[in-house]
Design a protein around this ligand. Structure first.
Ligand SMILES: C[S@@+](CC[C@H](N)C(=O)[O-])C[C@H]1O[C@@H](n2cnc3c(N)ncnc32)[C@H](O)[C@@H]1O
Length: 289
């Protein structure tokens, strides 16, 4: 069973977490930012956090806020690699406390790389809710034909810069509501060898239509299972929604698929240097070799 535990790597380290915050190193920049899942007490004294953190995010309301400290970071890039497959990310301090990469997705990128590696014929990979493209880049680095779907133009432009930074090309960018795109692909009879989905707990489609994941998860799983190449496939569905834990995700999946063959579902966690694991959300995977 492929691990659900992501670990720090040369360019990224989860140093500590607790009391609703996390301390992380991205390259040579150390950040202190909010983390709703960091419910335990931090392992390092807060004085040490203050000493280490070059930049700190101050929340104003649930989704926004501002960064304080050494905020003028220039040419801030990090790499990620698995075997000889290497990708790079351009990072930026955004007003949503995000920086342009979700390091906890590393365990999913490892599985995707292992699934695609050594494949002779180019595999077809669909990345839905694809953000700055971690999974799209690694799939392209493995020689796959990649479709990258997101409903926000800025993040697609950001993902394109990451593609160029990684020395890659020929990713197909789709600015659209992922649900609509997936449903249309099904109508068109297209099939994929790998589908990666990482929907937020709720969001807005390209035309501002509001949606909540717990209302749409059943259709999303149903459509994605039908879009998979029946002979050999990988499905990765990651959710950060507090409304969908591992058991609920398994129940919905069994309800749709009628069996658990090839399916595994568990918490996505990141190992901190302090030794504790930070739970981020739930991941459902279906693999058929
Ligand atoms: C949590 S991020 C995905 C992170 C991604 N897995 C990664 O590791 O880079 C969710 C993404 O979904 C996009 N999104 C939200 N609603 C969407 C929709 N209805 N259709 C397509 N993309 C959507 C957001 O713009 C955001 O980029």
């Amino acid at each position: 069973m492929a691990t659900f535990l992501s670990r720090s790597w040369s360019d990224y380290e989860l140093l500590d977490f607790g009391s609703g915050r996390k301390l992380e190193r991205f390259g040579n920049v150390i950040l202190d930012r909010p983390e709703v899942n960091a419910r335990s007490k931090e392992s390092m004294p807060l004085a040490q956090w203050r000493e280490l953190a070059q930049v700190r995010f101050h929340e104003k309301g649930s989704q926004k806020g501002s960064w304080k400290g050494k905020t003028g970071i220039k040419d801030w890039h990090i790499g990620w690699s698995h075997g000889e497959k290497k990708i790079r990310f351009e990072l930026e301090l955004t007003k949503f406390k995000h920086v342009g990469v979700f390091p906890e997705q590393s365990a999913n990128w490892h599985l995707l790389t292992d699934f695609l590696a050594n494949e002779k014929a180019p595999m077809k990979v669909l990345n839905l809710f694809a953000y700055t493209g971690g999974a799209s880049l690694i799939a392209k680095a493995c020689g796959a034909d990649v479709i990258h779907v997101d409903s926000v133009k800025q993040v697609i432009t950001w993902a394109r810069r990451n593609m160029e930074l990684s020395g890659l090309s020929d990713i197909r960018w789709v600015l659209e509501d992922a649900f609509k795109f997936a449903a249309r692909e099904l109508k068109r009879g297209n099939r994929y060898d790998a589908i990666i989905m990482d929907p937020p707990a709720y969001g807005l489609g390209a035309k501002g239509e509001r949606w909540r994941l717990e209302d749409s998860i059943r259709d999303l799983i149903d459509t994605s299972l039908k879009l998979l190449n029946p002979k050999r496939h990988l499905l990765i569905l990651n959710t950060y929604s507090p409304k969908l834990n591992v058991l609920e995700l398994k129940d919905v999946y069994n309800d749709v698929a009628g069996n658990e063959r090839g399916m595994e579902c568990d918490d996505l966690r990141m190992k901190a240097s302090s030794g504790k694991d930070l739970r981020y959300g739930a991941v459902l995977r279906k693999v058929k070799y």
